[in-house]
Design a protein around this ligand. Sequence first.
Ligand code: A3P
Length: 323
Amino acid sequence: DVECYVPESNEFQELLQSLPFERGAMCNPIHLYKGIWYRAHSLEAAMAFQRHFQARDTDIILATAPKSGTTWLKSLVFAVTHRSQYPVTDQNHPLLTTNPHGVVPFLELIYRNNKNPDLTSTPPPRIYSTHVPYTMLPESVQTSKCQIIYLCRNPKDIFVSMWHFGNMLLKDIPSSQPITIEESFERFCKGITMFGPCWEQALEYWKKSIEKPEEILFLKYEDLKANINSQLKRIAKHLGCPFSSEEENEGVIEDIANLCSFKHLSNLEVNKTGKLFFFQVVENNVFFSKGEVGDWINILTPSMVEKLDQVVEHKLNGSGLTL
Ligand code: A3P
């Protein structure tokens, strides 16, 4: 929180004080920097990452808005790219004992702990994830041939997922009050949410994916849910490791889909009882809630739906992107 966050440099402290400040949809203090809202520590880490990260052509960057299926995307891309090293049905596959956030780290977290880490010894392909907008990516990511995969999700489902997530985290904080849905929703519709507005971020990556289709693959959570096999083929092809017909015949695609399915991952011991350091220590099970499309219908009122739909449609109007 800003109240207890001590920036590492005076320069950043001054910048922070000059930025608009609000409480976001998850009640955290957040700051507006170049049209996007950040927690103070995420912004400081994102700026360090922008300044120091040197992309390689073999790198893979997974970009998402929070609660759009990042955990799932990490598992899928890791399983696809490491399938010769770790055969998917192997009893020792890392995803059986490590949460997907443990095999694909967030750049914001790496740079939070160390403003200039040495990542040179990590063997290729290095896979990282980030929630920052395209324009905050380091110059070397934008100019190298490294691959970016962006995953978007319907904002109404993002909101509901975030609201549940926020309240789950608050349960661990003594004397905290749950965030009411009305309060959270008002802020979300104004885009005042971590790394938000999410529709702004999706639109930017969408435009870039049209400009640079060789480097940026744009995916939708709903398409992954509708037909995981065809989306896995797109992912593998985009990353330069398409499935051979032999693999297809052996059922490797189905095996990856099953390994990374919500049902399988959420029932693993590591994801039921394990913990990891996120921006605080969290239980791995908070990343697995329902994993469905359209759960918003059970939570949002018709007027909330109309309001958020209008905000998003207005922003995306004429872009060719629907969320
Ligand atoms: P719900 O809260 O709607 O259930 P993120 O990983 O970006 O934090 O997103 C979390 C959302 O992805 C949660 O959505 C979570 O349940 C869902 N999710 C996690 N693992 C998944 C998987 N393997 N398949 C489908 N959805 C998954």
